[in-house]
Design a protein around this ligand. Sequence first.
Ligand SMILES: Cc1ncc(COP(=O)(O)O)c(C=O)c1O
Length: 432
Amino acid sequence: MSAPARTDYSMTASPGRRLPVAVRAGGCVIEDADGNRYLDACGGAMVMLLGHGHPRVVEALQRQAERIAFTYRFSFSNEPMMDLAERIARVAPGDLEWCFFNSSGSEANESALHLAVLYWELQGRPGKIEFLSRVTSYHGSTMGALSLSGSRWRAPFELLLRKYAVVPNADTAAEGAAALEAAIMSRGAEHVAAFVVEPVTGSSGAAVPLPDGYLAAVREVCDRHDVLLVADEVITAFGRTGRWFGVEHFGAVPDVITFGKGIGGGILPLSGMVASRRLRDVIERSPSGFSYGHTFSGNPLACAVGCEVIDVIESEGLVEAARVRGEQLHARLAEIAGRHPVVAELRGLGLLRGIELRAPGGGRFRAADGMSGKVSAEAKRRGLMIYPCPTPVGTEHMDALLLAPPLTVTEAEIDEIAALLDETLASVEAAL
Ligand SMILES: Cc1ncc(COP(=O)(O)O)c(C=O)c1O
């Protein structure tokens, strides 16, 4: 006889609907309390760089927990935080070298906004307190990060938020630069502190890479108007796209890169930002330095995990693995796409892959159809976890799916992901 259902006192996004209770996980596989097995092809929300419970990361966590697990940033520094900053400075592009650590991607982006405002204030430009970001974007759920986001998550809070996500998506670098320049002029360059952009869209847009040369073109516009360039790499940093950082595909170095998700090894919350030497030189000259932060900023336990994640990525050659496995995943998806009219487009870089869906007859599904949710629910029933991306695109609606398996995914697991997706799409199409 099974145990009586428990009363659930936790807040959930699915009241009245019980989610399976996950009880253990390893590598690409999650198991629930009923013994069901799920192949994790999206790491929840694109979190898993090394798969669940990588043994070296678990050991690093245990080692550090036995030494010291918490320090408060106004009282102590700690070795793992300095070690992690040194590692990130080594792998980051250009003169990006100055790191600050938090727990969530939203916090990482908030800290970048604070850094930008502080930088301009110290440069004698206190009026530069506005931000710009792209229409199709997601940067987090705190008020500043949500103000930057063009995603559907804004809706309940619209009246509380600033309208930063006004820069149209562009098909070419030249269009992108013109769109950014028009937005800067309309706000007044004297008010704009920074432009924030994802190198490859994540949960909003499903893996749309920036156009070739986009970053170099907007970098030039930013420099001409004294606007900082911030790349949100909360999903793309540390190998996900087949390079250490997503910006490396697009020909320019930003002033700040924010990161999160995968750097915590799927074991602890860890995020942060790495800023350029130029920003460091200005801000470190001020008596207050960078005094922004949260209680757990620079947490030694999380940073020890982050160090091990980078060491594993380096020693196992996982940046290159993401490129190779990403091409394999794309090839498998292309094979099955040919059999499924519901697939409109495949896109992405490395192991961040998007599948845009289309309705019978060729147009987009309506938001009310909830198609990406239906496909991901059907995949889950078949033991495959994929991420649904229903996205507003102007006044239209786009349904897409996101795949982001760990960089450690095997060739056989990629074949299994493709086979389960093939069955899922066949079943969804049969019901249309
Ligand atoms: C690109 C991007 N930035 C920021 C965030 C916010 O991160 P978090 O949910 O850890 O606050 C996300 C989360 O999905 C994201 O995809």
